[in-house]
Ligand binder design. Sequence first.
Ligand code: GLU
Length: 413
Amino acid sequence: MSLESPLETALSQLRSSIENLQLSESMWNTLSTPRRILEVAVPLRRDNSIVEMYKGYRVQYSTTRGPSKGGIRFHPDIDLNETVALAMLMTWKCALVHLPYGGAKGGVAVDPLKLSVRENERLTRRYTSEILPIIGPERDIPAPDVGTDEKNMAWMMDTYSVNAGFSVPGVVTGKPIVLGGSLGRTSATGDGIAIAVREALRVKGIGLDGATVAIQGFGKVGYWSAVALEAMGMKIVAISDVSGGIKDFGSLADLHQHIEVGGSLSNYGIGDLITNAELLSLDVDVLIPAALADSINQENASKVLAKVVVEGANGPTTPEGDRILAEKGVLVIPDILANSGGVIVSYFEWVQDKQNYSWSADEVKENLETMLMRAINEVKDLVASKEVSWREAAMMLGVGRVAEAHKLRGLYP
Ligand code: GLU
């Protein structure tokens, strides 16, 4: 039996939300359609002078509540359908946490690990220049996602600014601090996930101190979640990446250092090696899927022993996986809530760029806590009053707000 595609998953979540909210078929038609899609060819001259062509995308799923917002993914497997799904999720996510944004996503179907730094720069700049007509601080604001980071954002900001003839820091978020980036942006998604874990454990009546956590994915989201969770007193018992997993690895900082200098989890030498499948079925309090889509599905969901699943990745649980987890009584904190810390601090960065004024790290942290807790409490209240899952409640709030904005704006002409 084949797995649902990320777009099928996203559409099926939207469908149940439309039903829960008793919205009309017209609203389903309106909300299930991406508003603007740009597919571009991105030529890259490799260091050996050979020219290769890559497919690039930018999907502006919605601009109803403000400029569209969402990351740029560099990954060999991305395609248009997945990009649409991710742009749709950004739309509900921004609305759920009260950001004045629509939703977008973009990317290039390339493996960034196979590019030299100069090749990565040329590819990023050419991709930016191809999507240049539709982005801008008031139109559509890219950010980092899987396979991109602050250096890609610096090149994007520079390419846009050189073409504009003046510096436009607000065109992207997730930039280096000296270019108008925000303090706290690098760790923001992980900080938000730790807050979501804290609240989920509270609901389950499990103490934070010594609570055990397994994390699938050791990229920006997985690593910074681990740091924030440790700081709250929890114990990270296992981590995995594409090369496999590791259990009882000792110091997180040492393991991260090993990865930073080009090592992998599989050649670390401390701890027990496990497979990704084994990691998902560890007997822990919290499981954080922080890798790619569809990792918890109908084939493995019944093996999950964690009491709480907090979705660091976008779309890591398929609808069938979700159903099985619900039957087992596992509390799932959905992606659009759990990983929204990244886009929340992106919003702070954009606001600071607009104001030409930098906030302190404490100010960023406090505002993140306030905005995320507002959304968590709203979701929690809806879960209680409507007897729905956390995902259904989060979707109802996000989708409901976009639907309301559509109704108020009306249909032109
Ligand atoms: N890529 C992140 C996400 O999926 C952040 C997006 C942003 O900051 O615009 O939420």
